[in-house]
Design a protein around this ligand. Structure first.
Ligand code: ATP
Length: 256
């Protein structure tokens, strides 16, 4: 029997393609400060697959935080569309968008935004309460999350009694409350020493590869390149195609 015939009749065993977790179409963002306008994003098209770790890189002012904020539904673009998990979020009413963000997205942003009067554990519990996890279940889950980021011994500390890196880890524990399907992180390892930074990168890698979270990060941390499925390089509000690449290729580009 000819080989070609056999090949044609083989059943297709490839897994069904799942729709991308994040889709951006022709995103544009113009900031206006008084009379002055500044176009920070100039037409971004992007698709990120479910369970992928995507790293956004680029020089200061290239639009990384703006793009991350728009994809996370924190900023509204001047033009273009964003779909997350098959739901178009541009055009959703504010209450619907807030609910969607709360249920589906964990944010790890600079500044941490911890409640100053609440302990580390209470900060995480507050996030769990908002997501409908209460009482004993919230306390246990908060303990598990703080343990996961290496902060079991700081549960009762107020934010003012924590270092910058520890506050960042509380913020990470809070972002992971109630298993979000999307994680958006802006420099998640910036305030951490190298050992803690590595532990957080490993945690994010596990969430993506073992639990199917989709992780989008802005970072200059070269260790994140090693775990990223893809690096998207922004320059002057545009994606630079020549530098978009898999992590491996990106390392070669950087070394060239
Ligand atoms: N609220 C704002 N009003 C006016 N201009 C803004 C505003 N936010 C950002 N910009 C401008 O938009 C451009 C992109 O900013 P953005 O913060 O997205 O860049 P970035 O790549 O994240 O930079 P960095 O790496 O320094 O954090 C910059 O030129 C910035 O000055």
């Amino acid at each position: 029997m000819p080989v070609s015939f056999m090949t044609e009749t083989q059943p297709d065993r490839s897994p069904p393609a799942s729709p991308p977790a994040i889709v951006a179409q022709n995103l544009q963002m113009t900031y206006q400060a008084g009379e002055q306008k500044f176009q920070a994003l100039k037409g971004i098209d992007l698709e990120i697959l479910s369970g992928d770790i995507e790293l956004l890189m680029g020089p200061s002012g290239s639009g990384k935080t703006t793009l991350l904020s728009i994809l996370g539904g924190i900023l509204t673009p001047t033009a273009g569309r964003v779909s997350l998990l098959g739901q178009e979020i541009t055009g959703l009413s504010r209450p619907k968008l807030s609910k969607f963000r709360l249920q589906q997205i964990g944010f790890i942003f600079q500044g941490f935004n911890l409640f100053p009067a609440l302990s580390a554990a209470e900060n995480v519990e507050a996030a769990l309460n908002l997501k409908g996890v209460r009482g004993k279940a919230a306390k246990e889950e908060s303990r598990r999350l703080l343990d996961q980021v290496g902060l079991s011994d700081k549960e009762r500390n107020l934010p003012r009694d924590l270092s910058g890196g520890q506050k960042q880890r509380v913020a990470i524990a809070r972002a992971l409350a109630a298993n979000p399907r999307l994680i958006f992180a802006d420099e998640p390892t910036a305030a951490l020493d190298s050992q803690r930074g590595r532990a957080i990168i490993e945690l994010l890698r596990k969430l993506a590869k073992e639990e199917g979270c989709t992780v989008l990060m802005v970072s200059h941390d070269p260790r994140i390149i090693d775990v990223a499925d893809r690096v998207v390089y922004l320059e002057d509000g545009m994606i630079t195609p020549a530098l978009n690449s898999t992590a491996h290729e990106q390392s070669s580009v950087k070394m060239a």
